[in-house]
Design a protein around this ligand. Structure first.
Ligand SMILES: CC(C)(COP(=O)(O)OP(=O)(O)OC[C@H]1O[C@@H](n2cnc3c(N)ncnc32)[C@H](O)[C@@H]1OP(=O)(O)O)[C@@H](O)C(=O)NCCC(=O)NCCS
Length: 164
């Protein structure tokens, strides 16, 4: 509950269609308490959702600057399109290295989950995300095409043979 106001302010600033990661989307009709309950269920895994863990990236002033969703496994959809990790950075805080740092931190979490090869994906036109992945050691695999024609680039980050 501590982050309610910050989360809402972040959501107000969000300028894309649909929240990335979708786990942080706040529906206007539901209370924050209910949102947290739904997130808790989603994190435990139910219905179409595999277990996942969600984090805020917070700066020294306790401003939420980024959000990240770490899925503990892959299903067919995630293997083709979604990957293990989804993230977003607050529009006013972009191009300051936050996504690169946040993904690096998330890889420590996937290490604790013993995920040896981490799949991270991005749409073809998302140069900022592709660079974020490549800065974290992503090696490109074949791309996939969604039903609406969107080309999704797919990168594997090898954590078995990581240098640090
Ligand atoms: C993609 C996104 C997460 C990048 O976040 P960020 O904090 O700006 O990324 P970083 O500052 O770590 O930048 C990483 C690299 O990408 C580059 N970059 C970032 N945004 C860029 C853009 N719009 N165009 C070109 N390059 C960009 C940066 O310059 C940096 O490269 P460099 O180190 O060679 O200079 C952010 O733009 C965002 O939240 N977008 C909307 C949600 C989204 O697309 N999420 C990813 C889903 S796959």
């Amino acid at each position: 509950m501590k982050w309610k106001d910050e989360h809402e302010a972040y959501m107000d600033e969000w300028d894309e269609e649909g929240m990335t990661p979708s786990s942080f989307h706040l529906d206007s009709g539901i209370s924050y308490e209910n949102y947290l309950e739904e997130l808790h269920k989603r994190e435990a895994g139910h219905g179409k959702w595999l277990p996942c863990t969600n984090y805020f990236l917070v700066d020294d002033t306790e401003r939420v600057v980024g959000m990240i969703d770490i899925r503990h496994d892959l299903n067919e959809y995630l293997h083709q399109f979604g990957g293990h990790i989804g993230y977003g950075v607050r529009p006013s805080e972009r191009r300051k290295g936050y996504a690169t740092r946040m993904l690096a931190e998330a890889l420590k979490v996937t290490d604790t989950l013993r995920i040896k090869s981490v799949l991270v994906t991005c749409n073809e036109e998302n140069i900022g995300s592709a660079k974020t992945i490549q800065h974290n050691g992503g090696k490109e695999d074949v791309s996939m095409i969604e039903e609406d024609g969107t080309v999704v680039r797919r990168f594997w980050i090898d954590r078995e043979n990581k240098s640090s």
